[in-house]
Design a protein around this ligand. Structure first.
Ligand SMILES: Cc1cc2nc3c(=O)[nH]c(=O)nc-3n(C[C@H](O)[C@H](O)[C@H](O)COP(=O)(O)O)c2cc1C
Ligand SMILES: CCCCCCC(=O)C(=O)O
Length: 350
């Protein structure tokens, strides 16, 4: 397994057709899903030379916590569709030392639709960094209790998904989920009717709920699913600490900009007041370098983690992450950059 596409091919061949179709699907014509990857190829690098890169270092920090490289595990639902150990394997995979002898750690966002209890995942992921992804459920007590639990188990931020007033029509195709799938943190056990899951989410949510979540917790709040300067400015006005520029992996509104193409306007709009991250289509170290040059503090990966899980659980996730770390380091060295903070816009041309 040398590149992320090796993992993708393996997952396609080994997963059940229901699981593969759920993981790989995108909305509508899948224009945005495909463009997330294709758009990276439209940016080219402007490397500098003779800059002593002998001590290149991929370390950085997000919301004040150090991570060994700026590639994090984004939220995806239902890891037990890919591997029996589900989110436990993912959590263990964010602390890895497989290709090299050195131990590296990064951050993972656990989903509200996790198929493993938050408490167990928190324990398995140590000493990695963990954030909780939250929906505003119709049941506000449930929403509140997830935040309280995240604080109690030591998660370091709340990621509020804001691009999903309804779950996209092209999500899980079958009417019910496989019997081994349950969502312990939200009190749903199998076999689960898919409609029941859809009905949990409140589609009347506005910026008022962002204020409500902010009022419930001292943890930093990150909004996931912002694509415009207007919403980025609004997010800053509502006091959030971070923004993930994301189109949900092309699974919600088809035809929106690729995430890398939307990143620039969001970075310019927030003027450094909050951290900006991105997800969508990150498959190579050079993609990470390009996103950082455009102003992202770190990137998140969705599907590649599921492919890693399908390949070999914890070890597969670790290898996916380590390949990206190695590729990023190599791309930095060859671009004449030694530190993540030295990756600047001058490195890129469209
Ligand atoms: C199978 C799958 C499940 C997902 N589940 C969630 C979820 O529960 N909540 C959420 O905010 N985003 C979810 N996402 C979106 C991802 O967090 C992320 O935005 C996207 O996958 C990034 O694109 P990539 O897969 O090209 O890396 C999901 C994506 C996939 C592919
Ligand atoms: C049947 C549970 C689906 C939860 C939605 C997860 C999601 O955001 C996705 O894109 O899929």
């Amino acid at each position: 397994m040398f590149s992320l596409s090796d993992f993708e091919q393996f997952a396609q061949q080994s997963l059940s057709s229901d699981a593969w179709s759920y993981y790989s699907s995108g909305a509508g014509l899948q224009q945005t899903m495909k463009d997330n990857e294709a758009a990276f190829l439209r940016y080219r690098l402007r490397p500098r030379v003779l800059r002593d890169v002998s001590a290149a270092d991929t370390r950085t920090s997000i919301l004040g916590n150090t991570i060994d490289f700026p590639v994090c595990v984004g939220v995806t639902a239902m890891h037990k569709l890919a591997h029996d150990d589900g989110e436990l394997a993912t959590a263990r995979g964010i602390v890895m030392n497989q290709i090299t002898a050195t131990k590296y750690k990064t951050c993972m966002v656990l989903g509200s639709f996790s198929t493993t209890a938050m408490e167990e995942v928190a324990e398995a992921g140590s000493p990695g960094l963990q954030w909780l992804q939250l929906y505003i459920f119709r049941d506000r007590e449930l929403t509140r209790s997830l935040i309280t639990q995240a604080e109690r188990v030591g998660f370091k931020a709340i990621v509020l998904t804001v691009d999903q007033p309804v779950i996209g029509p092209d999500s899980y195709k079958s009417a019910s989920l496989p019997p081994h799938i349950s969502f312990p943190d939200i009190g749903l056990s199998g076999p689960i009717n898919k409609e029941k899951v859809r009905n949990l989410i409140d589609s009347s949510v506005t910026w008022e709920e962002v204020d409500w979540v902010k009022g419930l917790t001292k943890l930093p709040v990150v909004l996931k699913g912002i694509l415009t300067a207007e919403d980025a400015v609004e997010a800053v006005r509502h006091g959030v600490q971070g923004i993930i520029v994301s189109n949900h992996g092309g699974r919600q509104l088809d035809g929106v900009l690729a995430s890398i193409d939307a990143l620039g306007e969001v970075v310019r709009a927030v003027e450094g007041r909050v951290e900006v991250y991105m997800d969508g289509g990150v498959r190579r170290g050079t993609d990470v370098l390009k996103a950082l040059a455009m102003g992202a503090r770190a990137v998140f990966i969705g599907r590649p983690v599921l492919w890693g899980l399908a390949y070999k659980g914890q070890e597969g996730v670790g290898r996916v992450l380590e390949i990206l770390r190695e590729e990023l380091k190599s791309a930095m060295v060859l671009s004449g950059v030694s530190r993540v903070t030295d990756i600047k816009a001058e490195l890129l041309v469209h």
